[in-house]
Design a protein around this ligand. Structure first.
Ligand code: SAH
Length: 365
């Protein structure tokens, strides 16, 4: 149970606005104990928070009035408010824009893929990594999301799906922000997703996507959460990678391959290298050959993501469909590694979180 011990466990005198969302079962138990209530109250609370997705303490009708009143004096449910929800034209995805209690905004995407319902969640407001092709980078880093705000996105998507008698089956932390630079909240939110019956999503169906923060990869591997890892490679030479992704000044491609091997050794799961295809930038047949060669050096899979241009002003372009297939074939010619192309429009937007936010803010400029 060691890894569940919280850093901000409720103390005898908790802060008045402790967020109940994101608290792990032992923490809820500690909270109700401090209030002199029986342990089963913690399970009731958990069910209200996660299975029934309650938005306020007052609505928890099977708890006594006095308990609810006292609880409301100590804690809140910091659910982000859903401000906009838009279905993608093809019906393959829906985008959600949330407003946080301090007025900041983040977005999530729900992707429909066969029977799969994948929620693509944000981990930070904005992002400080400055990748030149990314819409979120334009916001700069604004703040970390709390575990409750990460879980809150998932709960809100769950509410929309429940109206259609469906549920979220998979989670990717691939929205706004760099999850491995908000590790504490990200690990906590994953623990909640895995442990609590409401979201109830196993580690195998959760994937964390990183721009390549090597110490964070080692840390995630050792958190024993069994989640999938995706690393945004996006270039096959360190020189080009440094131009596209400033984090490449800190960690080389060789460092990333080392981290991918370590992840496999510790967790037993192959990492996925994501490669956003940008015409004339990183899509030459030489790039394809180098990508194939790189992929043979560690246990991995490849995911080619055609660049998504929609929604904001960008100099980068998506390669033509026939060229994407040619690139893929050139990779396959040197590598047996499983290579998928995320080619539909709906799935494209998932890889381009930050774009709904850009659209929302532009009218006010
Ligand atoms: N910071 C993390 C997660 C957020 S970005 C990371 O870098 O992995 C999620 C993925 O979207 C990354 O692979 C990134 O390279 C990709 N991406 C960003 N902007 C994109 C765009 N306009 N089109 C396609 N993919 C994009």
């Amino acid at each position: 149970m060691d890894e569940l011990v919280p850093l901000n466990a409720p103390r005898a005198h908790p802060a008045p606005h402790l967020d109940l969302l994101g608290l792990l079962p032992p923490e809820l138990e500690a909270l109700v104990a401090v209030m002199g209530e029986a342990p089963y109250r913690a399970r009731q609370l958990q069910s209200w928070l996660y299975a029934r997705a309650a938005r306020d303490i007052g609505s928890m009708t099977d708890l006594s009035n006095s308990f609810r009143r006292e609880l409301a004096g100590r804690a809140c449910i910091g659910r982000p408010a859903l401000e906009a929800c838009r279905e993608d034209q093809g019906g393959e995805a829906a985008k959600f824009l949330f407003r946080l209690p301090d007025g900041e905004r983040v977005e999530s995407v729900l992707i429909y893929d066969g029977a799969r319902r994948t929620a693509c969640l944000s981990s930070q407001v904005g992002c400080g990594l400055g990748c030149t092709f990314c819409a979120t980078a334009r916001m700069g880093f604004r703040r970390q999301l709390t575990a409750g705000e990460i879980i809150g996105q998932l709960l809100e998507i769950g509410v929309v799906l429940r109206q259609r008698r469906e549920r979220v089956t998979n989670v990717v932390l691939m929205g706004m922000g760099e999850p491995l630079l908000n590790l504490e909240a990200v690990l906590r939110s994953i623990q909640v997703m895995r442990l609590v019956p409401g979201p109830g999503i196993g580690g195998r169906r959760i994937t964390v996507s990183t721009a390549g923060h090597v110490p964070g990869i080692h840390h995630l591997a050792r958190a024993r959460l069994n989640v999938g890892l995706a690393i945004s490679l996006n270039a096959t030479t360190d020189e080009l990678r440094r131009q596209l992704m400033p984090i490449a000044h800190q960690y080389s491609i060789a460092d990333l391959l080392g981290a991918a091997q370590d992840y496999f050794d510790v967790v037993g799961r192959r990492v996925t290298f994501e490669y956003v295809l940008m015409a004339g930038v990183n899509d030459s047949l030489e790039d394809a050959g180098r990508l194939g060669t790189l992929s043979r050096r560690v246990p991995c899979k490849l995911n080619l993501i055609p660049y998504n241009e929609s929604g904001y002003d960008t100099p980068y372009r998506r390669p033509a469909a026939h060229w994407i297939q040619r690139f893929r074939a050139a990779v396959a010619a040197v590598s047996p590694v499983q290579t998928t192309v995320r080619d539909s429009h709906g799935r494209g937007i998932a890889a381009a979180c930050g774009q709904l936010y850009q659209q929302h803010r532009s009218p006010r400029r």
